[in-house]
Write a protein that binds this ligand. Structure first.
Ligand SMILES: [Zn+2]
Length: 1038
């Protein structure tokens, strides 16, 4: 699903080409989901090369600490500009010796960012840059320990730590609010990229290797193992990822984009360690590096360190070897068809097809053009007023837009894609015809000014909206442009680009139509039509190709090589099991983290009996509203339909306005009005839970009155009469919920496993987990759209009342009283109904084992059991223990030794303790590792020292102290009733946990097999799933 145009997004979006290539190393941030069209990136070529006429932009503040032309610690400052849109000062510096670019963004923000990136352009699909990215973080000259990156995760309070491989760059970013931490991580990162060990054994572990299934037995079978090898098998088990990857490779085939930088599993075993070392020498040279630094910490300290320790040891080289030429334009459009695996969770076989048309557009460095094309693409595809939506989505012959739809500015050439998922092969032709028709009609008839206005308003609003990860977002949004030597500074002047576009629209009524004619019509011959259909033999073909590759590898081995493999297997195992001395790694101390986050300014008011939380916070002229309606009194059937209700209620119009008009109005005044199901267990005893339906919206202060009027109109006058439209929305909903399962497979596995522990967990899985997909498909098959409509109507009429409501408003101190006036009028207008009951009891279930059969080559495993709720005194201790188990047991065993991409343990506020694995070649072995936690903890008893304990606490603090967006401050109090005092108490309890307390919870919760537990596997068929210690049988769900 496309979301609204936003200038900055905290994480690379998964539905872009970028993401298919960006392979995240740090698994822990993997559940950060961002979607939406990425905004605005890019400068005019001539501007970039000639140097922009930047007179009006120079920071005129004479007091500013740096000046252009001056030299600071070996770096010359080349350009300083103040960017009012984001209240930041940009300083571009260049290292005198190596020519390394250093971009510093000076901004009053505590969440500081540092990153290094290299332009990496592979010419094969062995995953060279990706494996190098893993290996760089496996130990370096100053930090010769195994995997310092993962070790640092627990010695830091980083708000983000990662390494990413893009299609043409490799990026090493981190962020933190603590300056000691910032300096520590800087040391690790710089040493990792400029002086990595790149040890052969690490190559075998992270890249690929041949290994005996039984390490001790030379005669046992040989198989291929490796972290990246499995990671990429997992990445391509998602059909949408296969589609995205193929789209990029086929749209831009002539240079590096013709290959898969992440690595094709069948190509990865062609990579040699020697090639990798050479690749590092060539591409990780400082002259080919770009360093980014953002925030409020002392810049000169950083410059001095970077210069003295690293850059001054290198000579400057010409980095043009890594430059990427523009794609040569085709004279004729091309068609490509690819097969996909049959997705068991997806649509029926005959509908499981995808089609997309991709059109090559501008050069990424032409920023105004890219900006306008991005806006144009938004106007063309998003929402019920766009031409493609009207012509491709509304006829309802598909499951809606596919993941590739939108504008992409991630490569040297930008491109636009529109595509559909879940349609029949017979309808490919229809898609093509409708595409042509849409383009022709748009050229002829143009656009509705009000529609363009609402798109631009939304963009302006997103500039004001503050993300707590602004620095990271700015980095991610600038990296591609910077990598192609575009003007990243001019690209931040979004208001100016909007103004330029408005002026052009004013001067030329046909301005956008001309762009459509140039880029979308048959005038643009660089057009790719990509189609994809399921092949029942897909998985089998892959397995055969893999077996064939293995056979060839083995037949080429002589006895010397065979002996080497055997020895290496033993060596690697010994090295993985050896004790690592991490003393060389820096670590924070208790004094660095003592201070809890500041008390938010929250007050509680009752407005006509509606409990209302008011929060004063610097919001940059935006007011945020959350209304939470209690839905606990709905019937079970109605509750089951609430997720669907949330999805369609804001998309059907109201009694006074049809859906097109309403959408236009909402987007020209607010950021949208969204609904979400809210599920909250009682944090005190976890014996009851509550269900809510939450409406969220925000608007510029000047539009707050409209925001309340529109919310009121929707809540009181929602309209669901149009069953054709409703049916289309339902079908798109079902297609969308089954996309992206494997990229979050661990979350689905944990959700399902928790559903085997309590009835509340079971309901949660039915409302948002894998079971929801099955339920909805069946329900829709068996129920007429008219009946569904009636049930949805009844939900709305029962729920939207002031007696069922609680609300939270976050605004600036100055605006709060005005916001409250508008809000009071809004509450006044809501009807009064009978109050609903508030709590439902939670019951524990008998243990269960569930295997969701999926047609994929990797597994996601989870084991859960019921422990204690959030406010129980053992909860913080268990939370610290979960971190310890993750870092000291599951990562070394399940990841390093057994080859899963990720693994961990956690405890939720609902009291459920969960283990999980991610993209895992094993299942039984992993579940056994989960079961053996107690034995491991006993064996390692002596190693439970103060340092290990402190590192585990830091892991918890990373979560507790992570920065919150202004619109979400106070949300724990609002949703869960966790006040700041409770939070501070919990936090200090985490810091005070002792080794003895850890030992006591280990005995209390892990010694005996828990009474209430669940185990879940998502993965391929497995006939060896027996011998369960508990004697339970696996329930297989296909
Ligand atoms: Zn990776």
């Amino acid at each position: 699903m496309l979301t609204r145009l936003q200038w900055l997004k905290a994480v690379p979006r998964p539905n872009s080409v970028l993401h298919s290539q960006i392979v995240r190393r740090n698994f822990k941030s993997n559940n950060n989901k961002a979607n939406g069209i990425r905004g605005v990136v890019n400068p005019k070529l001539e501007v970039a090369t000639q140097g922009i006429d930047r007179m009006p932009h120079i920071n005129t503040d004479r007091q500013y600490k740096y000046s252009e032309g001056k030299i600071y610690n070996g770096f010359q400052c080349e350009r300083i500009e103040y960017i009012p849109d984001f209240e930041l000062t940009s300083c571009t510096l260049r290292h005198l010796g190596t020519g390394t670019e250093f971009w510093y963004i000076d901004r009053k923000d505590t969440n500081n960012v540092f990153s290094i990136n290299f332009r990496t352009t592979p010419f094969d699909s062995t995953g060279m840059p990706h494996i190098l990215e893993h290996l760089s973080l496996c130990g370096s000259k100053n930090f010769p320990v195994r995997d310092p990156f993962f070790k640092m995760l627990n010695r830091s309070v980083a708000t983000f730590m990662n390494a990413l491989t893009g299609p043409d760059y490799t990026l090493y970013p981190f962020s933190t609010m603590n300056e000691v931490d910032f300096r520590n991580l800087q040391k690790i990162y710089l040493d990792a990229v400029f002086r990595p060990n790149l040890a052969y054994l690490d190559f075998l572990q992270e890249g690929w290797r041949l290994e005996h299934t039984d390490l001790q037995n030379r005669d046992s079978e040989l198989i291929i193992k490796g972290v990246v090898y499995n990671e990429m098998k997992g990445a391509f088990s998602e059909n949408s990822q296969v589609f995205i990857q193929n789209l990029l490779n086929n749209m831009l085939p002539s240079h590096t984009y013709g290959f898969c930088s992440g690595g094709n599993p069948l190509e990865i075993p062609k990579l040699s360690h020697k090639d990798l070392v050479e690749f590092h020498d060539k591409y990780y040279h400082p002259s080919n590096a770009r360093i980014f630094c953002y925030g409020s910490f002392d810049l000169e300290k950083t410059l001095k360190f970077v210069d003295e320790e690293y850059l001054s040891h290198h000579e400057r080289i010409d980095n043009s070897y890594s430059r990427i030429p523009p794609q040569e334009r085709w004279k004729q459009p091309r068609n490509v068809h690819i097969p996909s695996r049959l997705d068991r969770m997806g649509a029926s076989f005959d509908r499981q097809n995808q089609i997309a048309i991709g059109l090559l557009m501008s050069d990424i460095t032409d920023i105004q053009e890219s900006f306008e094309l991005n806006v144009l693409s938004e106007v063309m595809v998003r929402g019920p007023n766009s031409a493609f939506y009207k012509n491709l989505i509304e006829p309802n012959f598909s499951g809606g837009y596919n993941q590739t739809t939108g504008f992409s500015a991630d490569c040297k050439d930008t491109y636009f894609v529109v595509g559909l998922q879940d349609l029949k092969v017979e309808d490919f032709k229809k898609f093509n015809e409708l595409f042509e028709q849409t383009v022709q009609t748009t050229i002829k008839e143009g656009f509705e000014p009000q529609h363009i206005k609402s798109v631009l308003h939304n963009l302006e609003l997103s500039l004001k909206h503050q993300s707590p990860h602004f620095g990271n977002a700015l980095l991610f949004n600038s990296t591609s442009l910077w990598n192609h030597e575009g003007d990243v500074v001019a690209n931040l002047r979004v208001s100016e680009m909007i103004a330029t576009l408005r002026q052009r629209l004013k001067e030329n009524k046909n301005y956008l139509q001309e762009k459509v004619e140039k880029y979308f019509s048959s005038n643009n011959t660089h057009r790719l039509t990509l189609t994809m259909s399921p092949d029942e033999m897909y998985e089998e073909n892959f397995k055969q190709a893999e077996a064939e590759m293995l056979k060839q590898k083995i037949s080429a081995l002589d006895s010397k090589k065979l002996d080497e493999i055997y020895q290496n297997g033993l060596k690697l195992e010994a090295s993985q099991k050896s004790i690592v001395n991490t003393d060389v790694l820096p670590c924070l101390s208790l004094t660095d983290v003592k201070e809890p986050p500041k008390l938010p300014q929250i007050t509680m008011e009752t407005v006509q009996n509606v409990p209302t939380q008011l929060c004063k916070v610097p919001t940059n002229e935006i007011t945020y509203l959350k209304c939470l309606f209690n839905i606990t009194g709905l019937t079970r059937e109605e509750i089951m339909l609430v997720p669907l209700f949330c999805n369609v209620i804001n998309d059907m119009g109201t009694n006074s306005r049809d859906f097109r008009e309403f959408d236009k109005l909402v987007l020209s005044k607010t950021a949208g009005i969204d609904f979400k199901l809210n599920f909250v267990e009682n944090v005190k005893d976890a014996k009851t839970y509550r269900l809510g339906l939450m409406m969220t919206t925000h608007a510029l202060d000047k539009n707050v009155s409209d925001m309340f009027c529109l919310s009121e109109e929707l809540l009181l006058n929602f309209k669901l009469e149009d069953t054709d439209r409703l049916q289309m929305l339902i079908e798109n909903y079902i297609s969308n919920i089954s996309v992206g399962i494997t990229s979050s497979g661990h979350l689905y596995a944990m959700l399902s496993a928790a559903g085997l522990v309590t009835d509340a967990g079971q309901l949660k899985s039915l409302l948002s987990g894998l079971d929801h997909i099955g339920f909805m498909k069946k329900y829709v098959q068996e129920t007429s759209t008219g009946d569904i409509r009636d049930r949805l109507k009844s939900i709305g009429s029962k729920v939207f009342s002031k007696n069922n409501m609680r609300a939270a408003i976050n605004s600036s101190a100055a605006y709060q009283s005005t916001a409250l006036e508008h809000y009071t009028r809004f509450v006044n207008s809501l009807p009064s109904h009978e109050e609903m009951k508030t709590d439902i009891d939670i019951n524990l279930l008998q243990p269960g084992l569930q295997h969701y059969l999926m047609n994929i080559p990797v597994n996601y495993c989870s084991k859960t059991f019921f422990a204690v709720p959030y406010l129980h005194e053992d909860h913080p201790v268990l939370r610290v223990l979960a971190k310890l188990i993750s870092a000291k047991y599951l990562l070394p065993v399940v990841r390093e030794q057994n080859g899963a991409y990720g693994a961990g343990a956690k405890i939720g506020s609902d009291g459920i303790f969960s283990f999980f694995s991610y993209r895992d070649p094993h299942s039984i072995k992993t579940l056994r590792a989960f079961d053996n936690t107690y034995e491991w903890l006993q064996a390692e008893n002596e190693k439970l020292d103060q340092q290990t304990l402190f590192e585990s606490k830091l892991g918890v603090l990373q979560q507790l102290d992570s920065p919150t967006a202004p619109g979400n401050i106070g949300i724990d109090n609002f949703l869960y009733g966790v006040s700041h005092e409770m939070f501070v108490k919990y936090r200090s309890r985490v810091l005070s946990v002792t080794v003895d307390e850890l030992r006591s919870v280990i005995d209390k919760y892990f010694k005996e097999e828990p009474k209430h537990f669940g185990k879940v596997i998502l993965g391929p068929a497995n006939d060896k799933l027996d011998n369960e210690k508990s004697g339970l049988k696996w329930n297989v769900i296909s």
